[in-house]
Design a binder for this molecule. Structure first.
Ligand code: FPP
Length: 250
């Protein structure tokens, strides 16, 4: 169910998009995004990579807002992978600072919009300040009933699966069913993504939600993440609705 009228959510639809193609009764329940291309976007402007990450924050704000207005229930976004520690020290420190700063700055607005936050990943390796910001936001919004925003942070799918195997084996000796095993993943109780969007044209999954995307529809756009706005999102949603989801059936 929409939380805002469509013409408020999309006030200036470009000519190459037909908004009538969007079926508001068939929106994905869970959208997941690999937000790629911040570095390239910055490089194109002769700036440092962090300039791109800062701009990426605006895209994320717009997509969260738009998803919430559309009544989408879950939005997960790949924000920092277990492999990203290998980036230059300055970039990692800058990202940690950006996470803390943006959460604290956006928190009240998110709360007003009934957003709930669920962290996907292990933030215990983050600087205390960044952990505190995440924990504060989770705590503040824990009783909210709107969209669940799930930043994947210090997340890697193989790491997640290994942790789950270890934790499961501690509790049980028999082989788990898929359903039982899923309870040991960070995404316990969250339906699998219906739509996985990757920006900036790369055709790979990058160790992201390997278990959960078994039947997700993939949408890859060449648009770099900082240029991804509500209309790029609208295009992805319309493309998704044209897919015929068979889940291995006919
Ligand atoms: C990938 O671009 C982007 C990231 C690793 C960081 C994403 C972070 C944000 C958008 C800020 C979000 C803020 C919060 C609070 C979650 P890249 O650096 O891999 O780009 P490239 O492929 O062009 O180098």
């Amino acid at each position: 169910m929409l939380n805002q009228p469509l013409d408020i959510i999309f006030p200036e639809v470009p000519n190459d998009i037909d908004i009538n193609e969007l079926d508001i009764d068939n929106l994905p329940t869970h959208v997941s995004i690999i937000m790629d291309g911040n570095g390239r976007w910055a490089k194109l402007r002769g700036k440092k990579r962090l300039f791109g990450h800062n701009a990426g924050r605006n895209s994320l704000r717009e997509v969260v807002r738009c998803s919430s207005d559309l009544g989408i229930k879950y939005l997960s976004c790949y924000s920092f992978s277990t492999e990203n520690w290998a980036r230059p020290k300055e970039e990692v420190a800058g990202l940690m600072e950006l996470f803390a700063k943006s959460i604290l700055a956006e928190m009240d607005e998110l709360h007003k919009n009934n957003v709930k936050i669920k962290i996907v990943g292990d933030i215990s390796r983050f600087p205390q300040k960044t952990q505190d910001a995440f924990n504060k936001a989770v705590e503040m919004m824990k009783n909210n009933t709107g969209i669940v925003l799930m930043p994947a942070v210090n997340y890697g799918s193989r790491d997640e699966i290994l942790r789950a195997v270890g934790a499961y084996a501690k509790d049980h000796s028999e082989q788990p069913s898929e359903e039982e095993f899923s309870k040991y993943l960070y995404t316990d109780n969250i339906p699998d993504p219906d739509l996985l969007i990757r920006t900036s044209g790369e055709m790979r999954i990058s160790n992201y939600l390997l278990w959960q995307i078994a039947y997700s529809e993939l949408y890859v756009t060449d648009t770099l993440w900082p240029d991804f706005d509500r209309y790029e999102y609208l295009k992805a949603l319309i493309a998704y609705q044209k897919r015929n989801r068979r889940y291995g059936g006919v």
